[in-house]
Design a protein around this ligand. Structure first.
Ligand SMILES: Nc1ncnc2c1ncn2[C@@H]1O[C@H](COP(=O)(O)OP(=O)(O)OP(=O)(O)O)[C@@H](O)[C@H]1O
Ligand SMILES: [Mg+2]
Length: 364
């Protein structure tokens, strides 16, 4: 695509001359603007690749002032085009970090060289900016990871330390039952840490593109019943979990492992983010060539501001309070849904509840 250059020049004849030269040189020149105020407006609107700016302009702003605003507000590159070479103007122009300075009168080849160098420099700077942004993103991810690990591993680790210390101290005084309670606490804490490590490894594998997709015929009925049972045991029956599968669709061609990740994470979230003694439901229905999984709870809900970022790794909503979590579950769910070429949607009302709807093609 031809680079777009905006010309700011108040002498009509010179302006047209520059426009014609630029066009001959293969650039796109959408307008020649005569005042600083209009130049700002137009630059913001069309976001040109480069602005050629005369310094002496009619109106209240001169070219240097406009260039300064363009640099700070719009971050667009400016090349000055002027008959002024006095030290004061030069100093003022320099302070706006221009991409070039052409002294009038100039020849077409000087204009060409200056414009090409300015465009190349601008492209290079854009690349550097992108690389820096990427690095910043990675750094943020790293620090979110470190803070998640240190935060989420601390609780189970202190449970293990605490319970094992008590067991050592009261070994001879405590009843068998009391000892078993603490042994169970240690086991649960280790299980939680293992789950977190498995999730971290899984997401790492997904990021590295090392997850396999193996769709085959599965029995939805058996898989879902087993899953609901597992969740109920882990939840110590604090919630009722209703399972409703349209009976004729008990067999489907899906990746069993990935479907397991999808349902276990959505169901355990539904249970985790709802008060005890409320109910959670998993409904499976067929619609044309799709299977629809609907996981519904009457829990804390998800604030609107957090809904867009739910599937990002480590993102947790503001209203989780002390409920533990790594923010990895939904990232795993999203990747598993994507493998199936499916979709996932969320409807939620804070304080009322949440419904996740997953749509997976039934014929892969
Ligand atoms: N059913 C739900 N009700 C309310 N909030 C939810 C629900 N499901 C997910 N969330 C919000 O989305 C966030 C991300 O969920 P995700 O499953 O990825 O992480 P997590 O539950 O915090 O941790 P874990 O990795 O242990 O699953 C949660 O922290 C929570 O804020
Ligand atoms: Mg979760």
């Amino acid at each position: 695509m031809k680079p777009t250059i905006l010309v700011v020049e108040d002498e009509v004849i010179i302006g047209m001359d520059i426009k014609n030269s630029l066009k001959r040189l293969g650039y796109n020149v959408p307008a020649v603007i005569a005042t600083g105020e209009k130049a700002l407006e137009k630059a913001e609107k069309i976001q040109p690749d480069l602005i050629l700016m005369d310094i002496m302009l009619k109106g209240s702003l001169d070219g240097v002032e406009v260039a300064e605003k363009i640099r700070t507000d719009l971050q667009l590159p400016v090349v000055f085009l002027t008959a002024h070479t006095d030290p004061t103007t030069l100093e003022r122009a320099k302070a706006t970090q221009p991409f070039g300075y052409i002294v009038k009168p100039f020849q077409e080849k000087d204009l060409h060289t200056t414009v090409e160098i300015a465009l190349a420099r601008c492209r290079a700077e854009t690349e550097i900016r992108k690389a820096l942004e990427k690095e910043k993103e990675l750094n943020e991810l790293k620090s979110r990871f470190v803070s998640m690990v240190s935060h989420e591993f601390r609780t189970p680790m202190s449970t293990i330390l605490f319970s094992s210390d008590l067991l050592r101290i009261y070994m001879n005084q405590w009843s068998e039952e009391k000892k078993l309670t603490h042994i169970q606490r240690i086991k649960t804490a280790i299980q939680r840490m293992t789950e977190m490590l498995n999730d971290i490894l899984l997401i790492g594998k997904a990021e590295a593109g090392k997850i396999e997709f193996n769709p085959r015929k599965i029995n939805l009925n058996n898989l879902c019943r087993q899953l609901v049972e597992d969740i109920q045991v882990a939840d110590q029956n604090n919630h009722e979990i209703d399972l409703d599968i349209e009976s004729e669709f008990t067999e489907a061609i899906l990746d069993e492992k990935l479907l397991h990740h999808i349902l276990i994470n959505l169901l355990s979230n539904a249970v985790k983010y709802s008060p005890n003694n409320t109910s959670v439901s998993l409904k499976i229905a067929a619609q044309e060539n799709y299977l629809i999984f609907e996981i519904k709870d009457s829990g804390i809900g998800i604030p609107e501001a957090d809904r867009q970022r739910l599937f990002e790794t480590f993102h947790r909503a503001k209203n989780v309070g002390a409920i533990p979590g790594t923010g990895l579950g939904l990232a795993i769910v999203k990747r598993s849904v994507d493998f199936h070429n499916g979709t996932i949607e969320v409807q939620s009302e804070v304080g009322q509840g949440t419904t996740f709807t997953v749509k997976l093609p039934s014929q892969i």
